[in-house]
Design a protein around this ligand. Structure first.
Ligand code: GUN
Ligand code: ZN
Length: 441
């Protein structure tokens, strides 16, 4: 057992409904056994109950629950930063040529390492990942997430039109390759499977039916796709599915929407579509950096909340600008500010919730992860800025832990991540800190 002593903040509740959702322990204690939190509270209380357990002193930083990135693309790490073009041009110019290379296992394995390391060193401990169109590359991705210990929900991306021939499959292959990957990986350790048609624009009804067949055969797998991101995309989908009421209906009619369905973007939504997402208990993964970078539009958060649609956060690497969920939270804040009366003023509690517990809820993992309550896995990130950095100055002078949290969202980066744990296992330590530990040992 280990008793971690730290300033910690978490959101066991939902700050969009509950004004006391943010819990702060300025001098907190988390007692962890076999990767689970046994007791959570003030250091004094936990210490009094467990006077003999060894203490790990993490003071001098902020300990947060590990981030949950609910929309991120494995094969797009190397093309982050394709700025200046809207979605469909960006796909043609940057994303699809790179994704076509993933039939090569050497390339896929190298990028899988870069991808998983990018997530963990940014403080992300769970991710819903858009895989590759190549089943072999998805298998390599799962091998790497398993090796690194990352909590992962991912799947093979399937499409059968309008991309490029190397990336097209057939309904039969989509079903059989998906089934083989599910049987090999779903429920193995920290790995789960998500059925993943790329978007309705590149999917025939046959592909969506193959996806539905996998969901009915394996009812606890997840579902993810894109929706309503860009106006030209929405218009094209309307033409391709004349029988559908709207974009969301292309998935709804196929039987793909349920409690474990996560749809990314949802920028251009009708009332009916928001109502459908709420009725099926789906999650809308908000990707504000990507929405700004590709000029997709302003996410209608207020309308999502009014309709009762659950919202989480995703980086959407490589349409997004990097793996930082802090930056994503800040960008969500910016966009809502710019919306004025049509925006939702986001406070630090909302940003932390969106980056952690909301994602756990999206993946139906809120019983296991997302906050530091007793019974949860110890998935955690310690933010401790480097000596001499501006962030260190700002945090040292923050008048409260809540202000420090706001400052961390405003200015924190990968460089401020000191240590990351998943289920109590250390998965990342900033090199300079492990060197220091080696010197003092
Ligand atoms: N829609 C279909 N594919 C993609 C993708 O790779 N990124 C984004 N942002 N939107 C998409
Ligand atoms: Zn995406």
């Amino acid at each position: 057992m280990t008793l971690y002593r730290a300033t910690f903040l978490h959101t066991p509740g939902n700050p969009f409904h509950d004004t006391h959702a943010l819990q702060i322990e300025q001098d907190g204690g988390l007692l962890v056994r076999n990767g689970r939190i046994i007791q959570s509270g003030s250091y004094a209380d936990v210490r009094a109950a467990h006077p003999a357990e060894p203490v790990e002193d993490l003071r001098g930083g902020l300990l947060l629950p590990g981030f949950v990135d609910t929309h991120v693309h494995f094969p797009q790490v190397r093309i982050i930063g394709g700025l200046g073009v809207p979605l469909l041009d960006w796909l043609d110019r940057y994303a699809l040529p790179e994704e076509a290379r993933f039939g090569d296992p050497t390339h896929a394995a190298a990028v899988a390492r870069e991808f998983v390391s990018g997530l963990t060193r940014s403080g992300t401990t769970t991710a819903l990942v858009f895989g590759s169109h190549f089943a072999s590359a998805v298998d390599l991705l799962f091998q790497e997430t398993e090796r690194a210990g990352l909590r992962t929900v991912a799947g093979q991306v399937v499409s059968d039109r309008l991309l490029r021939p190397e990336l097209h499959t057939t309904p039969e292959l989509a079903y059989s390759e998906g089934k083989a990957l599910i049987e090999k990986w779903h429920g193995k350790g920290r790995t789960r499977y998500a059925v993943t048609p790329r978007f309705s624009l590149s999917a025939s009804e046959g592909i969506l039916d193959a996806c539905a067949a996998l969901l009915s055969e394996f009812p606890d797998v997840h579902f993810t796709s894109h929706s309503n991101e860009n106006l030209k995309e929405v218009e094209t989908v309307r033409g391709l599915f004349p029988e559908s009421r709207d974009y969301i209906d292309t998935y709804e009619r196929a039987g793909l929407l349920n409690r474990r369905s996560v749809l990314a973007h949802n920028v251009h939504m009708t009332e009916r579509e928001l109502g459908a997402l709420a009725a099926h208990k789906c999650t809308s993964a908000h990707c504000p950096c990507s929405n700004a970078a590709l000029g997709s539009g302003f996410f209608p958060l207020k309308q999502h909340l009014a309709a009762g649609v659950h919202v989480s956060l995703g980086t959407d690497v490589g349409g997004g600008t990097g793996f930082s969920m802090l930056k994503e939270g800040l960008q969500a804040y910016f966009m809502q500010q710019l919306l004025g009366e049509n925006g939702v003023p986001l406070e630090p509690a909302h940003l932390l919730y969106l980056a952690t517990r909301a994602g756990a809820e999206a993946l139906e993992m809120e019983g296991q992860i997302g906050d530091f309550s007793a019974g949860k896995a110890f998935d955690a990130t310690l933010f401790r800025p480097q000596d001499g950095s501006t962030m260190q100055t700002v945090l040292a002078h923050a008048p409260s832990a809540e202000r420090a949290l706001a400052s961390l969202f405003a200015g924190g980066t990968q460089a401020d991540v000191a240590r990351v744990w998943i289920e109590g296992e250390g998965v990342y330590t900033r090199p300079e800190l492990s060197e220091r530990a080696a010197v003092s040992a």
